[in-house]
Design a protein around this ligand. Structure first.
Ligand code: ASP
Length: 447
């Protein structure tokens, strides 16, 4: 059994957290390949090393004295080293960095958070350290070269059967360090899991997996024990964020499961993400509920529109010209709406409307107030009567007016648009309804 084990920034924020990581690694011999983020926040007022490194780089760019900030960053690493009695000579790396900072690239500077945290972790675990720049091969356009990464890994594995690797960065064909998007250590772990052909990718963080609803809205929501990649994609798109979205794609193709776990509560079951969970006609209807505020709809009507071929396409081509991505297109017979993210059209909305008017001469074109979209997601709702019945009844009972309805073609979700002000009420009442239904499903199974 091969596990890739990735620890996020909060799991490696201090010597105390390092000890938890060590206990987790040592409790399972199959945890031999470890990916580490940069030390994160130790408390809510603290700073992430990566943020400080970006700030340090900005000091260099604007010719502001960067040394006090650099020393603060260095001290975070030196404190962990002292507290754990480690010997790895990170002082040399820090000194090299201090001297070279003005000529280092942004990517190289910010990658040092993962680099140094991983060196300390490798020393603490007694594992070899491998640099991500020598393993994770990236193309100039930022995509990954899986073949080259696998070939490099084979060579490394000839020499060692375990290692610690920094997350968040790799190298370009010319050898330069290149970082991924923020939170990218999740992607590093997933690339490693794919290229090593791991049995499972464990992603250790500071929450016990995915929750059925946002805990800022619902008190103590249920944990999602298992979820498919498609369900996760729907929920993440609508705002549930625990795992970097791009971490899913490399694993999905190989159906390698992801287990999201909590470093601070290692015995919690966490969430398993995998594809081969068949829909269960007796199982709970809903896996999770998530939503996002601030969408707007451009409503368009024109007499006899349903008989004009190409009308919708022409409207969409205007949005395409402005680089706006369309979320939904609810339609009537001679009218339809185009739902877009408010922030995507903020600058150009009146220009877009003028252009549509000029091209299509609609009878009516108007903009709605901003509203929220809420997705109720579940693999078991496919071909099953009753899910939407419960959903709309719950919203009606809570006095929430529904402004739009959409359902994806795979019957994996039901999306409703509600006023921004009704967002929390809607999520809370949907959670309550489908959490009750979950108890009913459990009772059905136990009968
Ligand atoms: N340290 C990087 C960040 O803060 C990458 C990561 O933690 O995954 O975005």
């Amino acid at each position: 059994m091969i596990k890739i084990t990735k620890f996020g920034g909060s799991s490696v924020a201090s010597a105390e957290q390092f000890k938890k990581v060590k206990a987790i690694i040592e409790s399972d011999e199959s945890r031999r390949f470890v990916v580490i983020s940069a030390a994160g926040k130790r408390n809510s007022k603290d700073n992430k090393i990566t943020d400080l490194l970006y700030l340090c780089q900005a000091h260099v760019t604007y010719h502001v004295d960067y040394l006090p900030l650099f020393n603060l960053i260095a001290e975070r690493f030196l404190e962990i080293k002292r507290d754990l009695g480690l010997t790895t000579p990170i002082e040399d790396d820090l000194e090299d960095m201090r001297v070279r900072l003005p000529e280092m690239s942004v990517d190289e500077i910010v990658s040092r958070g993962e680099f140094l945290t991983s060196k300390l972790m490798a020393d603490f675990l007694g594992f070899p350290f491998v640099d991500a720049k020598d393993i994770v091969a990236m193309n100039f356009d930022g995509t990954f070269n899986f073949e080259e990464t696998s070939a490099r890994l084979i060579k490394v594995l000839e020499k060692c059967d375990r290692f610690v690797m920094p997350g968040f960065y790799g190298s370009l064909p010319d050898g330069a360090v290149r970082v991924m998007s923020r939170g990218g250590s999740d992607i590093s772990g997933s690339i490693l899991a794919r290229c090593i052909n791991a049995d499972i990718y464990e992603n250790w963080t500071d929450v016990s997996g995915f929750l059925m609803a946002d805990p800022r809205i619902v008190k103590n929501p249920r944990n999602i024990e298992s979820i498919t990649f498609s369900e996760l994609r729907e929920l993440s798109y609508m705002g549930a964020s625990v795992l970097h979205e791009d971490a899913v794609f490399p694993l999905r193709e190989r159906n390698i499961p992801i287990h999201v776990l909590n470093t601070n509560r290692p015995n919690d079951p966490g969430t398993i993400v995998q594809d081969n969970i068949a829909p269960d006609p007796n199982g709970p209807m809903v896996t999770g509920i998530a939503g996002k505020k601030d969408f707007i709809a451009i409503e368009i009507s024109k007499k006899n529109m349903s008989n004009r071929v190409g009308f919708v396409r022409q409207v969409l081509s205007v949005l395409e010209q402005y680089g706006v991505s369309v979320e939904h297109i609810p339609s009537g017979i001679d009218s339809f709406s185009v739902v877009v993210n408010k922030s995507d059209v903020k600058q150009n909305i009146y220009e877009i409307i003028a252009r549509i008017k000029e091209l299509m001469q609609p009878d009516i074109i108007r903009l709605t107030d901003p509203f929220a979209l809420i997705a109720t997601v579940g693999r078991n709702m496919n071909s099953r009567p009753g899910t939407s019945g419960r959903l709309f009844a719950a919203l009606g009972k809570a006095g929430v007016n529904i402004r739009m309805i959409a359902q994806g073609s795979a019957e994996l979700n039901i999306i409703v648009g509600v006023s921004n002000k009704d967002f929390n009420t809607a999520i809370a009442c949907l959670y309550e309804t489908f959490s009750e239904e979950m108890d009913e499903a459990k009772a059905r199974v136990n009968q």
